[in-house]
Ligand binder design. Sequence first.
Ligand code: CP
Ligand code: NVA
Length: 307
Amino acid sequence: MRHFLTLKDFSKAEIMEMIDLAFELKRDQKAGKIRHELANQTLAMIFEKSSTRTRVSFEVGMYQLGGHALFLSSKDIQLGRGEPMKDTARVVSRMVDMVMIRTFSQEGLEEFAKYSKVPVINGLTDLYHPVQLMADLMTLIEHGKDQNPTIAYIGDGNNMTHSWMWLVAKMGWTLNIASPVGYEADDVVQRETLSLAAQTGAKITFFHNPKEAIRDVDVVTTDTWISMGQEEEKAKRVEDFAGFIVDEELMRLAKEDAIFLHCLPAYRGYEVSEAVFEKHADTIFEEAENRLHAQKGIMVYLDRQRS
Ligand code: CP
Ligand code: NVA
């Protein structure tokens, strides 16, 4: 049995196997072909943070696969009143077939997985957001940007950054990351991804100047400056991220046909300008739709792994 907690745990071949499955399910869905691979199965979705895309895509995905999804907000279940992760895991996993969790610490997620009898999927932690990167990878492929691309991530060294680092390290691509001083990617993730990059030929480079990071890249991406749980730091962060907005002036330095990705939700006037966002809206919302297909691929893959 396998869990999907971080891209670190999957080889390039395994990632591509899930992506191929996701494309197959996407094609079948669009063609109206029913794929009830997970008939009679239940997915528990535990949310300790807000969500639009993750909640809708997992719930609809499970329905399309013939199963059922249970929405469990920590505000309503005993986890939110202090019941330990490991007890929640031992109860819930006796009754459902798969679990998706959105929580704060990666360690908490890993503890849940350790005690779970069924596969666990990371629906976002403070450290990683791997399901998002699977949708982003599908979008890169659909736009022909998967042939050794150079990608610029402009902004906070956060869960999205760390997941991009693992994806790029696995694929052998090039990633330029520009963050303000004090907001760089996690040291451990840097060390581990750079060590893998040395084997796969990937290049991950860190900048403090977004103009240097974005020059001639094929793909530009960013994320909010204020992740969930950091609301109290908003005033300081907005000040510290001055100059990091992805606007038309900055985008002009990327390749002319560069695409722009955003995991959403987007905060116009902060990490991205209204003009850049709207210019690339088609791609951004295809990326959001790909959450549905990517996660169906992941769920079917994890189900096949245990049977
Ligand atoms: N990108 C993403 O995970 O969106 P939600 O927070 O709405 O789920
Ligand atoms: N970095 C953001 C991603 C939201 C999908 C957060 O953690 O809030």
